[in-house]
Design a protein around this ligand. Structure first.
Ligand code: PEP
Ligand code: MG
Length: 892
């Protein structure tokens, strides 16, 4: 096993082994760019160290050999008394983790070699400044001394001397500081600062290995979804010095502006400094363009190199460089991070420049980038301070008057006010209020709570689980522990991308990308070329994604309005029309009567009342999606959502009893409701179970669908309903509903003379359904994977509760990196999906396969669904463009 690689040995393709920095240093070396010589200790060595607590066998010998080679090349020995070689020891993982891990510069300086360095450089101040830095950095990162103590000593010295910045300190000051820093090390670490150069090197390497596991690095990885077991490489590089006086310096540069994608040279330069000064913001930097004035030769060379790098990497590069007495050195390059807007714009520019093709451009943007560009945002220039923070549940920037119940929200919205609905948590009765509001704010619940799921579905901005809010719906106000108080009607602003809550109206800027996606047209030329180019690039890559993708994208929509919006955003049909909301509000009473009916007459009267209403619902949706499939799911709410409230009934009964006028009706109703009460409604009488137990309910829906389709056909339209049965676990359930549905459709066909024939299929959202897919496909013409319930039932997690209870701990402990309700658990839930898809196809070759759970709009999940060759994904209307883009990327 080889653990150490010279920069002349590697290439940029070896990021797994050499880390990003090492691979790119090797690449630049082989391009002939001026990279200081050095070598890389592999991530493999780090992994072994982290697993065993010891350096792998043979590592020390390899380091000896490479160090000897480096010494020979430089003509100096590490830490030599008269002409010391100094090295930097730099971390560098596969994925860049800026500032998360450790680096030590000037390794090799000791009480003796500092004089040698001073003599060779002819600059005593420089030598002691370098030594001061080493003791400070080594003390902090290798020996774990609180960095504050060094900073404090440095600041005190500067103040005593009246020095404005570090460069104003004299040799004597620096010599004194070194002594002081060494004393701090002795005091805090209980050990002397090591005077053996090789021991310094070994300890620094070990510290870099260990920095992989610092808390901040772990947190960063979790956020960025970087695996925990990669480890970091360590780069040992011959030091070049930016702190050798005015002709030296150090800087960072970008080949394009990472904020806007604008072409040009961007960066900062700091004369007479070492790298960490720039990052730490210790002194004010100069704009890179100033370097032209200071050192034109180096500047021109830098520009040349930047062009070479951009052409070579065919992407935006960021660069760290140092100038040592007029000689330019490249210390690092990588493909640079960028904003969402810059990602699209640069991808478009590079295609225009002929550096990449459209496939490559598509690979370089993501659905997450697109989603960011689709939401209105708070004006970045606006002045604001958050009063509280919760979970960012559905992005966007919403401003409105706080309303504490749905009726008020609806009333105010009707009179034209913007409203934010504020609740402890929401339930299905809040739907109208949520529809009417600009945003939803709750003090409880997590990312899969009712509020979060519904708000995402509707594209409403939503912040949930803001625990600091004391919401008092009776007093119609909320307060925070810091003393903020918001009463009904006060204006607040919420940021669904960050989870922040603000007092007052923070200014909002709308999304030009959304406007353009609706019309598939570019915005008017108004001089804002950045926006113009970003939008043009989005549209261009969307078109390319549409050409590339194999999967269709449909929408989850249950109103005509949503269906129209989804269609404009590119949905080719509806993959899930939930019919629950069609039974709420005023209609709920009718459903209640149907469920609680004592006689067939009572029941049929209720059903007859519902039928025309349902027919109108379906007509509107089918019309909006004319010519495209519309998958209508028969009713699937937990039973209790349609029953009268137990507490209300109990009060009625008690009041009647107490006033000597017993309420017999209430008492009978209460008995019935108590009989039907369920401990676990989500595992109770929902979906197909309700359909089988309450006669006529599903039939009413099928009839309404058939009648709607017949009337549209008569008007010359092309309605394509598909009837979907929820929560099926056994083929027998599906067969019973199927028989009923076929008979009902045939009846309507006979009555109307229309040729009606609709596909009938099922949700696959229970493990048993997935495991018996062979049999279920006998009765189903399509499967739609309900991955919300399938996740809930496969893991045995309650989707409504987990985020508020143990998910935070699970995420913290890395049991999973992301909630399985957000991104498909490919190993478990995904495996069930793929088994069911496979077995279903075995039974029925033309079985249509789609997904309609929340995962249908999640980028990682979409890639998984492409890998198992589903026919479509269905997601909320607002996510349709994201799904189109990701389905295109997945097919590349
Ligand atoms: C599902 O379970 O994935 C699904 C789409 O149905 P619902 O979210 O309505 O339960
Ligand atoms: Mg479901």
């Amino acid at each position: 096993m080889q653990y150490v690689f010279d920069f002349t040995e590697g290439s940029r393709d070896q990021r797994d082994l050499l880390g990003g920095k090492g691979a790119n240093l090797a690449e630049m070396t082989s391009l002939g760019l001026p990279v200081p010589p050095g070598f890389t200790i592999s991530t493999e060595a780090c992994r072994t160290y982290l697993a065993t607590g010891r350096e792998p066998e043979g590592l020390a010998d390899e380091v000896d050999r490479h160090l000897a080679g480096l010494e020979a090349q430089m003509g100096k020995r590490l830490g030599d008394a008269t002409d010391p070689l100094l090295v930097s020891v730099r971390s560098g993982a596969k994925f860049s983790m800026p500032g998360m891990m450790d680096t030590v510069l000037n390794v090799g300086l000791t009480d003796i070699s500092v004089s040698g360095l001073a003599a060779v450089a002819g600059d005593e101040r420089f030598a002691w400044d370098s030594y001061r830095r080493l003791v400070q950095m080594f003390g902090k990162t290798v020996l774990g001394v609180d960095g504050e103590r060094f900073d404090h000593a440095l600041e005190t010295r500067k103040k005593d001397r009246g020095a404005e910045s570090d460069v104003d300190l004299t040799v004597d000051d620096l010599r004194d500081l070194v002594a002081e820093f060494k004393a701090i090390v002795r005091d805090a670490a209980g050990t002397e600062f090591p005077q053996d150069p090789r021991a310094q090197l070994d300890l620094a390497v070990r510290a870099v290995f260990e920095s992989w596991n610092t808390e901040r690095a772990s947190i960063y990885r979790r956020q960025e979804r970087i695996p925990d077991d990669l480890g970091t490489a360590v780069n040992i590089v011959a030091m070049v010095f930016g702190n050798l006086g005015a002709g030296s310096g150090t800087g960072v540069a970008f080949t394009r502006d990472p904020a806007t994608g604008e072409q040009g040279v961007y960066g900062d330069y700091l004369p007479n400094a070492q790298g960490e000064d720039v990052v730490a913001g210790i002194r004010n930097t100069l704009a890179l363009a100033e370097l032209e004035r200071l050192d034109k030769t180096s500047y021109d060379q830098l520009l040349d190199i930047m062009e070479t790098l951009e052409k070579h990497y065919r992407d935006l590069c960021d660069i760290e460089f140092t100038i040592e007495r007029g000689k330019l050195w490249m210390l690092q390059t990588r493909v640079g991070k960028r904003t969402a807007a810059a990602a699209f714009r640069i991808a478009g520019q590079l295609v225009d420049e002929g550096l990449i093709d459209e496939d490559e451009a598509l690979a370089r943007v993501t659905g997450a980038h697109l989603a960011q560009l689709m939401f209105p945002q708070f004006d970045p220039a606006a002045d604001r301070t958050a009063i509280a923070r919760g979970m960012a549940a559905s992005p966007g920037a919403a401003v409105g008057k706080a309303a504490f119940d749905s009726a008020t929200a609806v009333e105010w919205a009707q009179r034209g006010d913007d409203v934010i609905l504020v609740r402890r948590e929401t339930n299905p009765d809040d739907l109208r209020g949520m529809v009417a509001s600009r945003g939803v704010l709750t003090s409880r619940g997590g990312k899969t709570s009712h509020a979060a799921v519904v708000a995402r579905g509707m594209g409403r901005t939503c912040v949930v689980g803001v625990e600091a809010l004391r919401v008092d719906p009776r007093a119609r106000e909320f307060t925070t522990p810091d003393g903020a108080r918001v009463v009904e009607g006060d204006v607040i602003s919420i940021d669904g991308g960050t989870g922040e809550v603000f007092l007052g109206a923070v200014p909002v800027v709308p999304s030009a990308v959304v406007d353009a996606l609706y019309g598939e047209t570019e915005p008017p030329a108004d001089g804002d070329t950045v926006r113009q180019e970003v939008v043009a690039a989005v549209l261009r890559l969307m078109r390319h994604a549409d050409e590339r993708r194999r999967m269709e994208v449909r929408a989850n929509a249950d109103t005509g309005e949503d269906a129209r919006r989804a269609r404009e955003l590119g949905a080719a049909g509806i993959g899930l029309c939930r019919t629950e909301h069609m039974f709420l509000g005023a209609r709920r009473k009718i459903v209640e009567r149907v469920i609680l009916a004592r006689t067939a007459e009572q029941r049929d009267a209720g059903l007859d009342e519902l039928r025309p209403l349902q027919r109108a619902d379906f007509t509107e949706i089918l019309e909006a999606m004319d010519g495209f499939p519309v998958t209508i799911r028969l009713l699937d709410p937990p039973l209790h959502e349609f029953l009268p409230d137990v507490t209300d009934l109990s009060v009625r009964v008690a009041v009647g009893d107490a006033t000597g006028a017993p309420d017999a009706e209430a008492a009978a109703l209460l008995a019935e409701v108590q009989r039907l009460h369920e401990q676990n409604p989500m595992l109770g009488m929902r979906g197909v179970r309700l359909g089988l137990v309450v006669p006529g309910l599903f039939q009413l829906q099928v009839r309404a669908i058939a009648e709607a389709a017949a009337s549209l056909l008569e008007r010359g339209l092309d309605p394509r309903p598909q009837i979907m049965v929820p929560l099926v676990a056994a083929v027998q359930e599906l067969e019973a509903i199927r028989d009923m549905a076929e008979a009902t459709v045939a009846e309507v066909a006979a009555e109307t003379g229309a040729a009606l024939r609709f596909p009938i299929g099922t949700m696959i959202e229970l493990p048993r359904a997935a495991m018996t897919a062979h049999a279920i496909a006998e009765a189903a013409e399509f499967f739609s994977f309900g991955t919300n319930d399938l996740t809930q039932t496969t893991w045995g997690f309650s989707r409504d509760d987990v985020e508020a209870t143990f998910f935070p701990a699970y995420l913290e402990r890395g049991i999973f990196g992301v909630s399985p309700f957000e991104s498909i658990d490919a190993d478990g839930v995904g495996r069930l999906v793929s088994i069911a898809a496979w077995e279903g196809k075995e039974t029925r070759e033309d079985l249509e396969l789609g997904v309609c759970g929340e995962h249908g709009g999640d980028p990682d999940s979409i890639h998984f669904f492409e890998s198992i060759k589903l026919d479509y994904v269905s997601c909320s209307p607002f996510r349709v463009p994201v799904a189109r883009l990701e389905a295109g990327r997945a097919a590349l």
